[in-house]
Ligand binder design. Structure first.
Ligand code: ATP
Ligand code: MG
Length: 412
């Protein structure tokens, strides 16, 4: 029967005094102190640290740790053991030297009687230089099968619960010394920190994905609610029985619809922090063209312009007002005409222009003193953007130009 040890606890001090077997009466070969080998161990720790910081996949990280620790200790075998709390066993997650079917499937006991289990539960490194004479621990079957003569185990500790154990084994004569333990513990610490970092990254990624879903859901609901309001206004516009009131209601429906469009974009497109202005304005213009079939609206946004949603909403509403005006007033005599909506970058500013080839502005038109709601909305949104609004008389028609200053990062 296997005696199971307690669940491994958090060992902040993984560098506790190692458990080294008492020297047997007749020792084999003594641990050889080779400066070159020590130097290589230092290099390996640095190499492993750099590798861990490069953000490799979890499997690569474990494999590389196993490979480098075996190399640093001139051992034929090494393994990264992951503690499985339910089974209370240690799974060989990665390793070098083992035959087919071991890595990924073989387990060893995690009880206090096994060297790896002892390291896991006590947090203390364990050296067994003479497994065949070992009195303190039961030698795991896996080591016996592979003719392992000596082994060294250290705990793999993260900030949270221990991940498992890092073990290096050898068939050869010789001894692992305390400096070897320091090397192995160094490698285990690097791996432990990298595992912990990956755990934290996974948690953050999951939290971010969850938050993204929530934001998209809110945007989706906002869009639906606004669409509902817009549809109700449109219905009322048709049923009100007064042409003038109906016209006002239809204009209001158009304004709500322009905002709703933006929330639809926010809900369906990843990267909700910025909005593709061109795609958004094309949709707004498409909606307006469908609502006012007498005009053709040409949206020209050549560059990709990414904007914060509030700024895109402002520009979308400005376009809504200016295009509505152009379609209402520019072509009274004809059955229709064209309206151009254009966005261009010019040095440190963004130029939004709405142009028609219609009758032009009436003589009494005063951009600052008009009573119409449309121009007042345009002026208010323009000033909120810190932008300027000018009119250019064209022959024929008129062009409204909004110049929005840009900040350094390319967004408005
Ligand atoms: N593209 C245009 N071509 C000719 N006249 C225009 C054009 N745009 C605006 N105007 C004139 O400017 C006036 C003011 O427009 P504004 O949008 O402020 O008010 P409105 O359209 O009359 O009312 P509301 O926008 O509240 O429905 C319009 O009544 C129209 O005479
Ligand atoms: Mg108007």
């Amino acid at each position: 029967m296997t005696v199971e040890g307690p669940a491994p606890s958090e060992h902040k001090e993984a560098s506790a005094a190692p458990v080294v077997e008492a020297a047997p009466a007749v020792t084999g070969v003594k641990a050889v102190e080779s400066p070159a080998a020590r130097l290589r161990q230092q290099e390996i720790l640095a190499e492993l640290g750099v590798f861990a910081l490069q953000g490799p996949s979890f499997t690569d990280l474990l494999n590389e740790t196993a490979r480098l620790t075996a190399e640093g200790l001139d051992a034929e075998f090494s393994k990264v053991l992951e503690y499985l709390p339910l089974e209370k066993r240690l799974l060989v997650r990665a390793g070098v030297g083992w035959g087919e079917g071991i890595v990924g499937s073989a387990t060893v006991g995690a009880d206090l009687d096994s060297p790896a289990g002892f390291a896991l539960h006590s947090g203390r490194p364990v050296i067994s230089n003479h497994l065949k004479d070992e009195q303190r621990f039961r030698t795991p079957e896996l080591l016996l099968q592979h003719g392992i003569r000596r082994a060294m185990n250290v705990i793999l500790q993260g900030e949270g619960k221990p991940f498992g154990v890092l073990e290096v084994d050898s068939r050869s004569d010789g001894e692992f010394g305390e400096r070897d333990i320091a090397f192995l513990q160094g490698a285990a610490n690097i791996l432990g920190m990298a595992i912990e970092r990956q755990r934290t990254e996974r948690q953050l990624t999951a939290a971010l994905a969850h938050q993204k879903v929530l934001v998209e859901e809110i945007n989706h609901r906002t869009k639906n609610s606004l669409q509902l309001v817009s549809s109700m206004l449109q219905l009322q516009a048709r049923d009100v029985g007064d042409a003038e009131v109906g016209r006002h209601l239809a204009v209001a429906a158009g304004r709500v619809s322009a905002v709703s469009r933006l929330y639809a974009r926010l809900a369906y497109h990843s990267g909700f922090e910025k909005i593709d202005l061109g795609a958004y304005l094309r949709e707004v213009c498409g909606d307006m063209e469908a609502a006012q079939p007498n005009v053709a609206i040409v949206a020209q946004v050549e560059e990709v312009v990414m904007l914060a949603p509030e700024q895109a909403i402002h520009l979308g509403l400005i376009v809504n007002e200016l295009v509505t005006n152009a379609s209402k007033y520019a072509y009274p005599e004809r059955s229709g005409g064209q309206i151009w909506v254009r966005v261009e970058r010019d040095g440190k500013s963004l130029h939004l222009s709405v142009r028609d080839e219609g009758v032009g502005l009436p003589a009494q038109f005063d951009i600052d003193a008009g009573k119409g709601l449309g121009m007042r909305i345009v002026k208010s949104l323009t000033s909120q953007l810190g932008a300027t609004l000018t009119t250019r008389h064209r022959t024929p028609g008129v062009e409204f130009v909004v110049v929005v200053p840009q900040e350094g990062d390319g967004s408005v």
